[in-house]
Design a protein around this ligand. Structure first.
Ligand SMILES: C[S@@+](CC[C@H](N)C(=O)[O-])C[C@H]1O[C@@H](n2cnc3c(N)ncnc32)[C@H](O)[C@@H]1O
Length: 266
């Protein structure tokens, strides 16, 4: 069936925007505090999307680093490249499919990151070995992803609205188990840090915008919930009713993002 309401790029950027508007904690700052990147480093960001982490590293190091971002999504890479031109930064953005051998040399990078992306890999140990391969000895990899307790309110409201069981999410169902285990198998040490960011919604509108941007981007996962655009809108109506009821009862909706940061050393 043809899916003609796909908006992946906008969906990702919408969710990033809602995190920063309604959350009180800054995930980029949390990450910079724990990864401790230094001027002069050679840095790789895998699954860089529109370049969020690459630009954050660039700003933090005042441009004094060699930064490469790689992604498989041409539309997001295009956004990253035009921002690179607009800001006159010299970040390299490359086509990189993390299910294939990376087009990069062994022992090239001091630091690599893979934020909210590793759990989309088809063969997680393979992708982790590739990230390990391109790091210098002693180099570090940072990954981030949702922990099992992430966004409980979001899933509760969807369950209540639809009466259906939430399908296993590739992130929260695998990140702290399979991905952490693969990192421990490949790297010499792995440290775990937790970031919690409560998003506080006083009206249902931003919560619904977030829900829309999550369900429609990951629609393959939600195949048992909807297939057509009409089904999708019906589900969104049911979710809106439950969210409004919760807001009436509690005054606000608090959806806490719970993210694990794994720092692995080669
Ligand atoms: C949720 S986004 C995160 C993007 C970015 N790191 C950020 O934090 O804004 C997930 C990213 O993984 C990328 N991705 C998915 N499959 C990929 C693959 N096979 N190879 C490289 N990147 C992939 C997507 O294109 C998308 O940019």
């Amino acid at each position: 069936m043809k899916i003609d309401y796909r908006e992946t790029t906008n969906d990702l950027l919408k969710r990033i925007d809602i995190h920063s508007q309604y959350g009180s904690k800054n995930i980029d700052q949390w990450m910079l505090d724990i990864v401790q990147i230094k001027p002069g480093m050679n840095i790789l960001d895998v699954g860089c999307g529109a370049g969020k982490q690459c630009f954050s590293y660039h700003n933090f190091l005042n441009g004094n680093a060699s930064i490469t971002g790689g992604d498989v999504n041409a539309e997001l890479l295009e956004k990253a490249k035009s921002e690179n031109t607009r800001l006159q930064t010299s970040i390299k953005f490359i086509d990189l499919d993390f299910n294939q051998p990376f087009p990069l040399e062994d022992n090239e990078f001091d630091f690599a990151s893979c934020c909210f992306a590793i759990y989309y890999a088809e063969d997680i140990p393979f992708t982790i070995r590739e990230m390990h391969r391109v790091l210098k000895p002693g180099g570090r990899l940072f990954t981030s992803g949702p922990m099992p307790e992430n966004k409980r309110v979001f899933y509760d409201i969807i369950t209540k609205a639809t009466g259906k069981v939430i399908p296993p999410m590739p992130g929260s169902s695998r990140y702290s188990s399979q991905i952490l285990a693969a990192l421990r198998n490949t790297f010499s040490s792995v440290a775990v840090e937790i970031f919690e960011n409560p998003l506080v919604f006083e009206t249902s509108e931003p919560f619904l915008a977030y829900t829309r941007a999550s369900l429609s981007e990951d629609r393959k996962l939600w195949g048992s919930f909807f297939t057509t655009h009409d089904d999708f809108e019906k589900i969104m109506d049911a979710i809106a009713k439950v969210a409004d009821k919760r807001l009436e009862q509690d005054g606000k909706l608090i959806m806490t993002k719970v993210v694990g940061g794994f720092i692995a050393t080669k």
